[in-house]
Design a protein around this ligand. Structure first.
Ligand SMILES: Nc1ncnc2c1ncn2[C@@H]1O[C@H](COP(=O)(O)OP(=O)(O)OP(=O)(O)O)[C@@H](O)[C@H]1O
Ligand SMILES: [Mg+2]
Length: 363
């Protein structure tokens, strides 16, 4: 590692060059490396604060990237950074902070940290520079560091927002699923049971009636049976009882058996987390419905199998093609559901050549 210590404008230029063009996660990595090189220091890291705990989201020690890892700030110089914009301890770090065992272990004796704040002033974490030798920091050096600290803060804020967005999407999907389950169960326990009761009444009534009235009762019974079948279909779409009770292969088997086009089904029996099995089920259900509604398909094939680290699902039909992810809510909703699970949806649907939907869900 170079021991040359750059200062003020040179420091600014070196770090600007070292981080030029880097965005997102990569920015933090290029930042810690170029600050470490410009300072000629042993350790540089960006820490994200969660009360008295810090997560090192990017670190560079002795010429190598380190982290992520976490530590508690109690008894550490980092505990001061919530109160000051800059904390500088040019030497004798371990004498001042005997509880900082890690600093002692790594032979770190000087410390410089710049506080990272969100746009609304919230404390987000800090950018820290540590070395084994005495470390002076002039105003110019600090000014340079603070420019990059502002960018690092923006990056931490972006990460937190992205994580929050992801969590909120997962909550939306979970809430929608819970609601579907509730409505599905209500249909099953309420309306479906009532229809059964009416159907029994009709049977009894039929035995007691003769003439034209009897025909009317027959028609009513047929209508009732259709209504019951439709309701059962609806309930199955909302809350796949079979999935929870008998697992994905059997749930898909009864789903495909009920389809109005012949479906070739190949599904391996895997231990799956509930959201993964649910996503796979709804994906197949939506693609079957689409093939029947839009594709004029004569046949379909559904394949669900496990690769090394993912569940691979493929649904193909031999219909008219031309499926469009942006034209409805069905495919879009599936893509969102997969996104929440870290999965991907891809659509291959050239006009006239059938439709193939592929999904990968990491396990
Ligand atoms: N298998 C298919 N073959 C041909 N076209 C399809 C197929 N699947 C979907 N499409 C086309 O892509 C569009 C979007 O499908 P999507 O499932 O997102 O919406 P939808 O089925 O129209 O409505 P819903 O929101 O009820 O699912 C459909 O309107 C249809 O035009
Ligand atoms: Mg659809």
């Amino acid at each position: 590692m170079s021991a040359t210590r750059l200062r003020g404008p040179d420091l600014l230029r070196a770090v600007a060059e070292g981080t030029a063009g880097a965005v997102g996660e990569e920015f933090l990595r290029s930042l810690v490396r170029s600050v470490a090189e410009a300072f000629g220091s042993k350790l540089v890291f960006v820490g994200e604060a969660h009360d008295a705990h810090v997560t090192v989201v990017a670190g560079y020690f002795d010429g190598e990237f380190i982290g992520p890892f976490g530590y508690d700030t109690e008894g550490q110089p980092c505990a001061l950074i919530t109160e000051y914009p800059v904390v500088a301890i040019p030497e004798a770090l371990t004498a001042a902070f005997p509880e900082d065992v890690a600093a002692a272990d790594l032979g770190l004796e000087s410390y410089l940290a710049v506080c990272l704040r969100a746009s609304d002033g919230r404390h987000l974490g800090h950018l820290a520079v540590l070395d084994s030798r005495r470390m002076e920091a002039e105003d110019d050096d600090l000014a340079a560091l603070r420019i990059f600290a502002a960018r690092a803060a923006a990056e931490l804020e972006r990460r937190a927002q992205a994580a929050e967005l992801e969590a909120s999407r997962a909550r939306v999907v979970a809430a929608a699923d819970a609601e579907r389950r509730r409505v599905g169960r209500d249909l099953h326990d309420g309306a479906q049971q009532r229809l059964l009761a009416v159907s029994n009444l009709l049977r009894v009534a039929r035995k007691q009636v003769d003439g034209p009235g009897r025909e009317l009762l027959d028609t009513a019974a047929e209508e009732l049976q259709l209504a019951h079948a439709e309701l059962r279909e609806l309930a199955r779409g909302l809350h796949p009882v079979a999935l929870a009770e008998r697992g994905l292969p059997e749930a898909l088997a009864s789903l495909t058996a009920a389809a109005t086009v012949p479906v070739e089904l190949e599904v391996s029996d895997e231990e799956l987390r509930e959201p993964v099995a649910t996503a796979a089920y709804f994906l197949v259900a939506e693609c079957l419905a689409n093939a029947v509604r839009h594709a004029s398909a004569r046949g379909m094939a559904v394949r669900v199998q496990r690769s090394a680290e993912a569940l691979e699902i493929e649904v193909a039909d031999d219909g008219i093609g031309g499926a469009d992810l942006t034209a409805g809510t069905g495919l879009r909703g599936l893509a969102d559901r997969l996104d929440v699970l870290g999965g991907r949806l891809s659509l291959d649907s050239p006009p006239g050549a059938g439709t193939r939907v592929r999904a990968t869900i990491p396990l």
